[in-house]
Design a binder for this molecule. Structure first.
Ligand code: ZN
Length: 295
């Protein structure tokens, strides 16, 4: 579904450049990226630069919206504020789960609603970010729905979540969705993984008896052997992916053998998940497949 969307960053940048801005966005994805994108986006909305990249980081609005320190929020407003401003920009409001809270509270949503109905202090757009939107309970989401249904003019609400699935469909459907993809998994840099990578790199030159000796390491107690082969398949797949990518960069066009090995590794993973799979046999298949790709 997200495959056909323009890349997340591009979508937000285009909105800033064109001035065609929706009244609500839902940014989803793992890690800090969606949060950072939300921050840059709302700062861009109030940036006063006539042209070029927003936020420009030089205009008066950008200076005001620069975040110097995070103020700890408290969802009840008793020990800390319900929301904070982005930097000290009066038209940018940031809400997240309070330090000791298990959710974003309805009081925080109501505070946003009140803020958004006030006039802009600077005469421009106003925006609010709810940074932990997956922690909105149903009551808070229903309150939010009213804001989404009748957004005050010149306001933008940005919801940030790891996954959008916890949000009500009625909330999701009123937002412009912006999905940030998960970064590809990386090969760990621990000595054990590195040693395995070196061994894998030499599998193309390995004589069959030596290859079979290697699979002997995956005999023994089933659970342990299966975990070890699972680790082998994981590292082998990532390693093969990286190797294939660098061959593509080097201009290599015929990747049939790499692709065949990928498919074989995939089917090894599936076999390994079956209860009666023999880990040693799975390892043998995997190593032979890699050898086929490397020879
Ligand atoms: Zn600016």
């Amino acid at each position: 579904m997200t495959g056909s969307l323009p890349e997340a960053d591009t979508l937000l940048r285009r909105a800033l450049a064109s001035g065609r801005v929706h009244s609500a966005y839902l940014l989803s994805g793992p890690g800090e990226t969606p949060r950072r994108a939300a921050l840059g986006f709302v700062r861009g909305l109030v940036c006063e630069a006539a042209a070029g990249e927003r936020p420009c980081e030089t205009c008066a609005a950008c200076r005001r919206s620069t975040v110097h320190e995070d103020i700890a929020l408290d969802g009840t407003g008793k020990k800390g504020p319900l929301y904070r401003h982005v930097g000290d920009h009066p038209d940018l409001v940031w809400v997240e789960r309070g330090a000791d809270d298990t959710r974003v509270r309805i009081g925080q949503v109501r505070a946003i609603q009140e803020r958004m109905r006030l006039r802009s202090a600077e005469g421009g757009r106003r925006a609010a970010v709810i940074a932990d939107a997956e922690w909105l309970n149903q009551e808070a989401q229903n309150a939010l729905l009213r804001l989404l249904e009748e957004p005050p003019p010149e306001t933008t609400l940005v919801l940030v979540t790891t996954t959008a699935t916890g949000l009500l469909a009625t909330v999701r459907s009123r937002c412009q969705r912006v999905a940030f993809p998960a970064p590809p998994p990386q090969l760990a840099e621990d000595p054990e993984t590195q040693a395995l990578v070196e061994r894998l790199a030499g599998v193309g030159q390995l004589e069959i008896p030596a290859l079979l000796d290697w699979t002997e390491e995956f005999r023994g107690a089933r659970a342990e052997a299966a975990a070890a082969v699972g680790g082998l398949l994981h590292v082998a797949s990532l390693w093969l992916r990286d190797r294939t990518a660098s061959r593509v960069e080097a201009g290599e066009r015929s990747l049939d053998r790499e692709l065949a090995a990928f498919r074989e590794l995939q089917s090894c993973r599936k076999s390994l998940a079956q209860r009666n799979a023999n880990p040693q046999m799975v390892a043998e298949h995997a190593l032979l497949a890699l050898q086929g790709a490397l020879r």
